[in-house]
Design a protein around this ligand. Structure first.
Ligand SMILES: *Cc1c(COP(=O)(O)O)cnc(C)c1O
Length: 404
């Protein structure tokens, strides 16, 4: 058996993906160097302005005055960017304050990381080795085929600890079959997938109840967007307390509006083990001081009526878009919309057309989506006006007439 490329094939990924990236670059769709106008648009060096419809800051909290002030205050008070020491040894009380605030708000043990990707790189090997399971024994580790790249990247490391399988997307029968055959199984999935659609959380919880299935969710796309406290789609469904067989992680750089990542553990999970052995989580860089200050401000906003107001504004924009532009996620109150175009060249041309009309969309193609199924991805946001969404829909209609 060929021992190479069992979990990743860089050669093939580059060979098939690079021509589309080159075409997108050629069309002026990559590496745009911009300034933020502060009025909801970005400006190019030649003065042209456009609206970024590819921002994951779904609630617009990244530019909230209190979030910006939070960053400034934290810097002024602490007078350091980052202390350059592992948080395991010394950390600012401000970081503890942030974690206490998030733990309380989202009902779990919150550990703040530099990114969601670092959280997965640190945690998945500890799940593969069984150390985060109540039994402290290695499970068969099953990744959903559509799981985010930041988790798939860690597969080979996990495979050095245990058997690793890839399940077809949201395939409950596949997973139940693995559960019947093995004493311990852990499943790795997104809460909300970046190309649309959600994890089948209720079905997964039923497998957890029957077979003790361990669940690892990356719910980056739905944090802040879902839930009365912005706890995210998965957290709203897993019960009052997070049980010791469930871990949720998420990026703070999307709906939450700052930067960093967060891990939410159940109370009986071993927080110390995570601090000591989860690789990048315990290395010398922890979340920098302005990001901690901004996050604390955002966390507090999550406890005010402003959260619901922004969630509602986002939903209104999503519904307005859905009414005019049918996509696979129409009607799902989900901010990511993908218009499938097909050929890679047409998707690049369509995205260029949209930019000329004043809206940046991302052309998505292999390896982001399967070959021959390229498209345009749009992200809805709370802080885009009704009129701008209307103009966006007009431009999309014209784009579709020309390129599909
Ligand atoms: C955006 C995203 C990430 C990356 O988040 P970082 O905090 O930048 O590492 C990871 N997982 C999912 C599902 C994402 O959507």
């Amino acid at each position: 058996m060929d021992e190479k490329n069992r979990y990743r094939n860089t050669e093939s990924m580059i060979a098939h993906g690079n021509p589309s990236f080159d075409a997108a670059k050629e069309a002026g769709l990559l590496g745009l160097s911009v300034r933020n106008t502060g009025r909801g648009s970005l400006s190019l060096p030649d003065g042209r302005e456009f609206i970024n419809m590819c921002s994951c800051s779904y609630l617009g909290l990244d530019s909230h005055p209190e979030v910006l002030q939070g960053a400034i205050h934290a810097l002024e008070r602490e007078k350091t960017m980052d202390m350059g020491v592992s948080r395991l040894r010394i950390r600012l009380a401000l970081l503890d304050e942030l974690e206490a605030e998030l733990s309380r708000r989202w009902r779990g043990t919150a550990i703040v990381t530099t990114t969601a990707s670092a959280a997965s790189a640190g945690l998945l090997p500890l799940i593969a080795s069984g150390h985060l399971l109540p039994e402290k024994k290695s499970p068969v580790l099953v990744f959903d085929k559509a799981a985010h790249f930041s988790m798939n990247l860690i597969k080979p490391i996990c495979a050095d600890e245990t058997e690793v399988l890839t399940a077809p997307h949201n395939d409950l029968d596949f997973l139940e079959d693995v559960c019947r055959k093995h004493a311990r199984v852990a499943y790795v999935a997104d809460g909300f997938y970046s190309m649309g659609g959600a994890a089948i959380v209720k079905d997964l919880l039923s497998l957890q109840e029957r077979y003790g299935l361990f669940l690892y969710f990356d719910d980056s796309h739905s944090l802040s967007v879902f839930g009365a406290s912005g706890e995210g789609f998965v957290r709203t469904l897993v019960g009052k307390e997070i049980n010791p067989r469930t871990v949720i992680i998420a990026s703070l750089a999307k709906g939450f509006g700052t930067s960093g990542g967060v891990v939410l553990l159940g109370s009986k999970q071993h927080e110390d083990l995570v601090g000591r052995f989860a690789g990048p989580l315990g290395w010398s860089q922890s979340l920098n001081v302005p990001a901690v200050g901004a996050s604390l401000a955002s966390a507090r906003l999550h406890g005010t009526p402003e959260l619901a107001t922004r969630q509602e504004a986002l939903r209104a924009n999503i519904r307005q878009f859905d009414e005019r532009v049918p996509t696979r996620t129409s009607g799902e109150d989900f901010p990511i919309k993908v218009i499938e175009i097909g050929p890679e060249e047409a998707a690049v041309a369509g995205s260029r057309f949209m930019l000329e009309r004043g809206f940046y969309s991302s052309a998505v193609f292999f390896p982001i989506v399967p070959r021959g199924r390229a498209g345009l991805r749009f992200m809805m946001r709370a802080n885009v006006s009704r009129e701008d969404i209307q103009r966006l829909c007009d431009a999309v209609a014209d784009m579709k007439r020309r390129f599909t």
